[in-house]
Design a protein around this ligand. Structure first.
Ligand code: PMP
Length: 389
């Protein structure tokens, strides 16, 4: 059987990984500055992560959610403490899309309303409701409930106020990323986020913060929106939570009632996934990774900010968008094939997306800085040659 063709694939086959490095089947080494799409939070194969998973495999891997699971309690406890959100309740699932799907559903149970406001540039996942609040004209949601979804422009307060004035009574929830990732590292202004919060309170709408990509310490804060002091009703998380082991969750404000069986999943919160997620939190705390994200992110930005062809750098912690004066595709290819460094792109083709592990070392960051400098200077040389020709 052949694989169903979902993504265009790089011609590289990683077979081994350690820390911030990958090795392919030919023994070639690569520096990982993309973390498999913001998933690798504590580095590949961290010894504590490996030990905790191996230990769990020897005990129990899975049993149904109809019995108690002390690992879920330990995870919720540690997550509450490290994020400072101890009052919230945790629902565990398996992915970012599933977390958002459940958050949208919870919002409707809570206020009995059905419309959802989302923003230009958003990405919330590929399941039916999640894709309906994702800003991509190429994707047609399989269920025709388009009239339920309202798109508003990112960071546009006037439009937001207009929409709420007209339809606020019907808006069940507003879904917004802490920082837009796929959209090209777009950071909300504090005024924008505060206005959303104010309108949600006024109209009894639920504020859903999608922290699937921007959460888990990536921004230097546990969840990116916490920097602004805005309290979310529901927070969705996944990616970095399991460092590669599939796990997602919804942090639910205590004002929400129990789901009475309306939320649920077979695999969510299984023993192995919880062991992985607990190990991530242990390492984040032990190695002070939020601080490292802030410091190393600032160092990197400072070193590259005057490189040629860089127009703008949008960054919080280690969530970094380097806006170039051109499409970044060739630059990304050159970083990968000539310098063996993985980086990412975004829906805005000019933005190179950088998402290294939160425990990236300074000397590893220097490898990236040096390679980026060479690649960008080469662009200038090639341009001059073209002019002379
Ligand atoms: N929300 C955001 C902000 C994301 O970046 C993504 C993945 N790119 C998702 C949700 C979907 O997560 P998953 O692929 O785990 O379903």
């Amino acid at each position: 059987m052949n694989l169903f063709n979902v993504y265009p694939l790089f011609n590289i086959k990683p077979v081994k990984a350690q820390g911030s490095f990958l090795w392919d089947d030919k023994g070639e080494q690569y520096l990982d500055f993309y973390g498999g799409h913001a998933v690798i939070s504590i580095g590949h194969n961290h010894p504590h992560y490996q030990d905790r998973l191996k230990d769990q495999l020897e005990k129990i891997s899975f049993y149904s959610n109809s019995v108690q699971n002390a690992l879920q309690t330990e995870l919720a406890d540690k997550l509450g403490k490290l994020s400072g959100l101890e009052d919230y309740h945790l629902f565990l699932c398996n992915s970012g899309a599933e977390a958002n799907e459940n958050a949208l559903k919870l919002a409707s149970f809570h206020n009995g309303k059905h419309k959802v406001l989302y923003f230009s540039g958003s990405f919330h996942g590929r399941t039916s409701a999640a894709v309906s609040v994702t800003d991509n004209p190429k994707i047609v949601a399989p269920v025709n409930y388009d009239e339920r979804f309202i798109r508003s422009e990112w960071n546009n307060i006037a439009q937001l106020e207009e929409i709420f004035e007209e339809e606020g009574h019907a808006i069940s929830s507003v879904i917004i990323e802490g920082i837009q990732g796929v959209g090209g590292i777009m950071i909300p202004t504090v005024e924008f986020l505060s206005k959303i919060k104010e309108l949600c309170e006024k109209y009894d709408s639920v504020l859903i913060l999608d922290e699937v990509q921007s959460g888990y310490g990536r921004s230097g804060y546990f969840f990116a929106h916490q920097e602004f002091g805005v309290e979310a009703d529901l927070i969705t998380t996944a990616k970095g939570m399991g460092n590669g082991f599939p796990i997602g969750g919804v942090l639910i404000h205590p004002k929400f009632k129990a789901s009475n069986g309306l939320l649920g999943t077979t695999f969510g919160g299984n023993h192995l996934a919880c062991a992985a997620a607990i190990a991530v939190l242990d390492v984040m705390k032990e190695e002070n990774l939020m601080e490292n994200a802030k410091e190393t992110g600032a160092y990197l930005e400072n070193e590259i900010k005057n490189f040629p062809h860089i127009r703008n750098i949008r960054r919080k912690g280690l969530m970094i968008g380097i806006e170039l004066d051109r499409d970044c595709t060739e630059i990304r290819s050159s970083l990968l094939y000539d310098h063996h460094i993985f980086t990412g792109n975004s829906n805005d083709k000019t933005v190179l997306r950088i998402l290294p592990a939160l425990n990236i070392k300074k000397e590893e960051t220097d490898l990236f800085i040096k390679a980026l400098k060479t690649v960008l200077e080469n662009v200038s040389v090639k341009e001059q040659e073209t002019v002379i020709l």
